[in-house]
Ligand binder design. Structure first.
Ligand SMILES: NC(=O)c1ccc[n+]([C@@H]2O[C@H](COP(=O)([O-])OP(=O)(O)OC[C@H]3O[C@@H](n4cnc5c(N)ncnc54)[C@H](O)[C@@H]3O)[C@@H](O)[C@H]2O)c1
Length: 384
């Protein structure tokens, strides 16, 4: 058996939805289950996990459930451990900046959920501090690893679209208010003082999807609002929803590409997936979701004629062709963890760093500014 090469990781926020399911169970424990991550020079990288959180009972429970022995409610003490080299953060957004700052000061490499901070200045400070400390840093950009978006990316790289004209994104679903049916998302998402809001949550995703698959984002015009002003929390108590729950945005990209993305927790789903992007180009179009991607080539584009006097005879949805997988897709969070671990352990390249994270926060901040001021806002370059 090849030797295990241990790598110590502090995981903060593992009792939360993302920290537990995607990062602990589906990523790092899954890597252990497959025997560790094979390294180029031999040996298998073996994540040694130190769970950190506020609630001792919950941590003990998570640790016991997965046969883990190391956990602590003392972040400073965990960061002081010499056998830990990476700090990972999946806490509520409002707690992130402070904790990552401590981890950088302790000389740990940083891997974190998005958004990296609640303000652009905070996000840039973290990126600068991490560079100055010489630590490696990475930010979760999971949507890029969704099979549907991987296929879309393949189409773009393969030149399927010709000149890309526009991108239309629809994201959202109905998040219950919490009175007569429990809400399916944590209540902090709907309080701005706790780092909530759909723009802060989703614009960082849209930023890397647009920048990585299509082109850099140069301007934003947004209408952002709170449709549901009163909600009920985890204890059934009513509260004022101070954060935005819907954002209607137009992003202008290099090359004249217009990306229009609606994000809403107050919309009922009438599409095939919870997020879908339609891309129209001179040579063809595509509709990509989380898993599927369908195309219509220029040569097979029908010619509908507008006539409200006649019933529709075309079955428009059937006129699209499925893009095959052509590869096996692993869990996206796990794939990205593996890339980051290789970045730390064997110097493999890794592009989605705290600067990329800061650009996502910047887009959220400028989108909110656009909505507040009722105008188009240009997106400037961030400088180190
Ligand atoms: N990449 C993605 O697709 C994705 C999806 C959802 C959420 N997220 C991000 O992950 C982070 C966590 O989101 P979640 O949905 O898992 O939230 P959650 O409420 O389920 O979990 C929050 C975690 O933070 C901890 N925490 C620390 N301080 C806290 C405080 N003061 N108040 C409340 N909780 C506190 C909780 O104990 C818990 O472990 C957020 O930053 C969010 O933006 C990313």
């Amino acid at each position: 058996m090849t030797a295990r090469v241990p790598i110590g990781i502090v995981m903060n926020g593992v009792t939360g939805r993302m920290g537990y399911r995607q990062h602990l169970v589906r990523s790092l424990l899954a890597i252990r289950e497959q025997g560790g991550l094979p390294l180029r020079g031999g040996g298998r990288l073996w994540p040694e996990l130190v769970l950190v959180g506020r609630n001792e009972a919950k941590l003990r429970d998570v640790a016991a459930r997965h046969g883990l022995t190391e956990w602590s409610t003392d972040l400073d003490a965990a960061l002081a451990r010499p056998d830990v080299s990476i700090y990972f953060d999946a806490q509520v957004t409002s707690e992130r900046e402070k904790a990552i700052g401590l981890a950088i000061a302790a000389g740990k490499h940083i891997y974190t959920e998005k958004p990296t901070a609640t303000t652009l200045s905070g996000a840039v400070d973290l990126a600068r501090a991490a560079d100055a400390a010489g630590v490696r840093h990475g930010v979760v950009q999971d949507k890029l690893f969704l099979p549907g978006l991987r296929k879309l990316d393949r189409l773009v790289r393969g030149g399927f679209f010709g000149r890309i004209l526009s991108v239309r994104g629809e994201f959202g679903y109905w998040v219950f208010e919490g009175d007569w049916q429990q809400a399916q998302r944590p209540s902090w998402n709907y309080r701005s003082a706790d780092g909530g809001g759909i723009a802060v949550d989703m614009f960082p995703h849209w930023h890397y999807v647009l920048e990585q698959i299509f082109a850099p984002v140069r301007a934003v015009t947004a209408h952002i609002t709170t449709h549901i002003p009163r909600r009920w929390d985890e204890d059934g108590q009513p509260y004022d929803a101070t954060a935005d729950d819907a954002a209607y945005a137009i992003f202008e990209l290099d090359g004249g590409i217009v990306a229009q993305v609606n994000s809403s927790w107050a919309v009922r789903v009438n599409r095939d997936e919870l997020v879908e992007f339609q891309v129209d180009g001179t040579e063809g179009s595509a509709v990509a979701g989380l898993r599927r991607c369908r195309v219509q080539h220029r040569a097979s584009t029908p010619k509908p004629v507008w006539n409200p006097d006649l019933p529709v005879t075309d079955d428009f949805r059937s006129q699209w062709q499925e893009v095959p997988d052509n590869e096996v897709y692993d869990n996206g969070f796990k794939e990205q963890w593996e890339m980051f671990l290789r970045h730390v352990a064997e110097d493999a390249p890794y592009t989605w760093d705290l600067w990329a994270g800061a650009r996502g926060v910047q887009l959220a901040e400028l989108g909110l500014q656009s909505a507040r001021e009722g105008r188009r806002v240009e997106v400037g370059e961030l400088t180190a």
